[in-house]
Design a protein around this ligand. Structure first.
Ligand SMILES: C[S@@+](CC[C@H](N)C(=O)[O-])C[C@H]1O[C@@H](n2cnc3c(N)ncnc32)[C@H](O)[C@@H]1O
Length: 213
């Protein structure tokens, strides 16, 4: 990601935060339902209370709040390019850890977290044929002990021209090159898909390397 692309993402979230305040619209989610539908799928990889989670592109840290509302308290670290969003996240979640920047600004060691998740942070169009997205996925996988769960916009459906989308099967094939135990979910929203990459057989997708039904 170049400096201009980074600035564009930071500026657009500063602007949306000014317009919407603490609201899913400030994150460019159309409503809380679709934000939480994504959280539910990501959590379904097998995240449990007391697990450590790195949330890449955490926004307001809403995954932490949602998870706690389900009785699942996490050791939570969120990173985001937008310091404006992170200020609100820190206010909402004083017991979370928050760092500003992208994944490649961070010095986390291999296997630092049980789980590494990402929701919506690969939706920015960088016009690089997904090279950055694949680098992020590779880095996420190196940072987890148990697994990675992330989502992307589904290129089989109409997506706004300024957003990044991909064909699920292409992303799944890339992930399978890194991890033998991958599962694709594309049944929860009509323009989104999620992939689980499991390092252990403890998650809900144990033993499968296929599309979830
Ligand atoms: C659609 S919002 C989702 C926020 C949060 N994951 C949620 O679902 O509530 C995408 C977030 O990713 C952040 N973001 C976009 N690209 C990023 C990158 N390369 N590295 C870190 N954060 C990024 C944005 O600033 C924004 O907060």
């Amino acid at each position: 990601m170049n400096k201009q692309q980074r600035k564009r993402i930071i500026d657009k979230h500063r602007d949306s935060l000014t317009r919407h305040g603490y609201h899913p619209n400030a994150l460019y989610w159309s409503n809380q339902g679709i934000q939480q539908a994504r959280f539910k799928v990501l959590a379904g990889i097998g995240i449990q209370a007391s697990d450590s989670v790195l949330d890449v592109g955490c926004g307001f840290g809403d995954f932490k709040g949602w998870s706690e509302s389900k009785g699942c308290r996490l050791k939570y670290t969120g990173i985001d390019l937008s310091t404006d969003l992170l200020k609100q996240a820190e206010h909402l979640h004083p017991d979370g850890k928050f760092c500003s920047g992208d994944l490649f600004d961070m010095t986390f060691g291999q296997g630092s977290f049980d789980w590494v998740i990402l929701s919506g942070a690969l939706n920015e169009q960088l016009h690089d044929d997904s090279v950055y997205a694949f680098r992020v996925i590779t880095r996420m996988y190196s940072l987890c002990r148990k697994g990675v769960a992330f989502n992307m916009l589904d290129a089989r459906h109409l997506v706004a021209h300024d957003l990044h989308s991909q064909m699920p099967e292409r992303v799944l094939a890339f992930c399978q090159g890194l991890c033998p135990n991958c599962v694709l979910h594309d049944e929860y929203l009509n323009n989104d898909f999620s992939i689980y990459m499991l390092k252990t057989n403890r998650g809900s997708a144990s033993g499968t390397a296929a599309k979830a039904k």
